[in-house]
Design a protein around this ligand. Structure first.
Ligand code: KIV
Length: 298
C-alpha cells in the first residue's frame, strides 16, 4: 500500500489519508459490491471503497445486515478488489464474524485480506470491539472503526435513529471514538450523529472521521451505492443525497428491450452476423442432401 505520486493509478496509503486530514482535504468513500461498481468508483477518483455489510439488504435481498456471512461477502470483496486500482478497499466484517473473540476476529479478517484482496477491514462499535481492534492491528490488519448508529446492533440502540443527541450520549460517543483511535483505527465512521457532535469528534481525533449522516465537518463522507444512485425502492434516510435515478432508467431500458423482442424490432440487421452467399449455398445444399438421404435402420 505504498503511494507513488508519479503514478496516478497506485494505491492510496493510510499515510495519504492522514495527510489529507492534516491538509483539510476531504476524503471520498462509497460502498460498492461488484467489479463494474469498483471500476467506476475508482475511475471517478473515489478514495475508499467500502464493501459494506449493507450488501445484505442492497444486493442479497436480506431484510437487514445481520444475516450476511463472511463467505457471501468474500465473493463481493474479491470482485471489488479486482476493480479498484487506486481506491483503498475496506471490507466490512459482518455480524458474528468478530463479536465472539479476538481469535475469530483475526481469523476472519485475515480471510478478507488474504483471500479477497481487501486493504483494510471495518468493524462496528467500541467497548468490546476495542480489544478486537488491538488484536487486528497487532496482526498487521488496518482497521476502520464505526460508532454512532451501528446497524448490526440497531435493536440495542433503540432502532435506526440518530445517536449522541444528549450531552451524556454525545460525550460517550466522543470517548468511544477516542478509544478506537487509541486502539489503532486508521479512521472512524460516524453514522447518524448530530453535526455539532461529529465536528467536535473530528476536531479531537488525529485520524480521519468519515461521516454518514454526521454533517459537513467530518474529514470525509461515505454514501451507500444504491442510495446515491437511486437504485432501491425504499424511502431514503434524511442524510442521503441522490445523484441519479438509475432504477427508473433501468426499468425504462428493460421495458423497451422486452417490447422490441416481442415486436421483432430487436435484433435488427446491425446486431446480426452474416455468412458469405457461396458458403450459405453450400451449407443449404449439404443440409438438403442429408435430409433427402435414406435413414439407416437402427
Ligand atoms: O455497510 C455499510 O454500508 C456501512 C456504511 C453505512 C458506513 O457500514
Amino acid at each position: 500500500m505504498t503511494s507513488h505520486p508519479s503514478s496516478p493509478r497506485s494505491k492510496l496509503s493510510l499515510t495519504d489519508l492522514a495527510e489529507r486530514k492534516a491538509h483539510g482535504e476531504k476524503l471520498v468513500m462509497v460502498t460498492a459490491y461488484d467489479h463494474p461498481g469498483a471500476r467506476l468508483a475508482d475511475a471517478a477518483g473515489v478514495d475508499m471503497i467500502l464493501v459494506g455489510d449493507s450488501a445484505a439488504d442492497n444486493v442479497l435481498g436480506y431484510d437487514s445486515t445481520v444475516p450476511v456471512t463472511v463467505d457471501e461477502l468474500l465473493v463481493l470483496v474479491r470482485a471489488v478488489a479486482r476493480g479498484a486500482r487506486r481506491a483503498l478497499v475496506v471490507a466490512d466484517m459482518p455480524f458474528g464474524s468478530f463479536q465472539v473473540s479476538d481469535e475469530t476476529a483475526v481469523a476472519n479478517a485475515v480471510r478478507f485480506i488474504k483471500e479477497a484482496g481487501a486493504d483494510a477491514v471495518k468493524i462496528e462499535g467500541a467497548g468490546p470491539s476495542l480489544s478486537r481492534v488491538q488484536a487486528l492491528v497487532g496482526a498487521g490488519i488496518p482497521v476502520m472503526g464505526h460508532v454512532g448508529l451501528t446497524p448490526q446492533s440497531a435493536t440495542m440502540l433503540g432502532g435506526f435513529k440518530a445517536q449522541g443527541r444528549t450531552a451524556t450520549k454525545a460525550r460517550r460517543l466522543l470517548t468511544e471514538a477516542r478509544e478506537l483511535e487509541a486502539a489503532g483505527c486508521f479512521a472512524v465512521v460516524l453514522e447518524a450523529v448530530p453535526a455539532a457532535v461529529a465536528a467536535r469528534v473530528s476536531d479531537t481525533l488525529h485520524v480521519p472521521t468519515i461521516g454518514i449522516g454526521a454533517g459537513p465537518a467530518c474529514d470525509g463522507q461515505v454514501l451507500v451505492w444504491h442510495d446515491l444512485l437511486g437504485l432501491n425502492d425504499r424511502k431514503p434516510a434524511r442524510f442521503v443525497k441522490r445523484y441519479a435515478d438509475l432504477s427508473t432508467e433501468i426499468q425504462r431500458a428493460l421495458e423497451a428491450y422486452a417490447a422490441d423482442v416481442r415486436s421483432g424490432a430487436f435484433p435488427a440487421e446491425e446486431h446480426t452476423y452474416t455468412i458469405p452467399e457461396d458458403e450459405l449455398e453450400l451449407f443449404e445444399a449439404a443440409t438438403e442432401e442429408r435430409e433427402e438421404a435414406p435413414q439407416a435402420d437402427g
